[in-house]
Design a protein. Structure first.
Ligand SMILES: [Zn+2]
Length: 79
């Protein structure tokens, strides 16, 4: 199984459109497009993973800003 540190655990109630962050040190915007698409920025201060399944971030929160797009689902429409 996958052992991960989830800062944001957004599952079930949302659809991830873009899973991405911007590094405040090197200004890179990095995006994880698939579940195991683990990407570091060019300076290595932060990373994203999880693709459209979950939002995983690595690095100090002050080193990056979130640029993700997430569409929330209403609970009344769930099956
Ligand atoms: Zn960086």
């Amino acid at each position: 199984m996958i052992s991960i540190n989830l800062i944001f655990s957004i599952m079930m109630k949302s659809i991830i459109i873009h899973n991405r962050i911007r590094c405040r040190k090197c200004r890179d915007v990095i995006e994880s497009e698939t579940v195991h698409d683990f990407r570091f920025c060019s300076c290595g201060a932060c990373a994203v993973d999880g693709g459209k399944n979950y939002l995983r971030r690595c690095g100090y929160p002050e080193d990056w800003e979130d640029c993700s797009e997430v569409k929330w689902l209403r609970s009344e429409t769930e099956k």
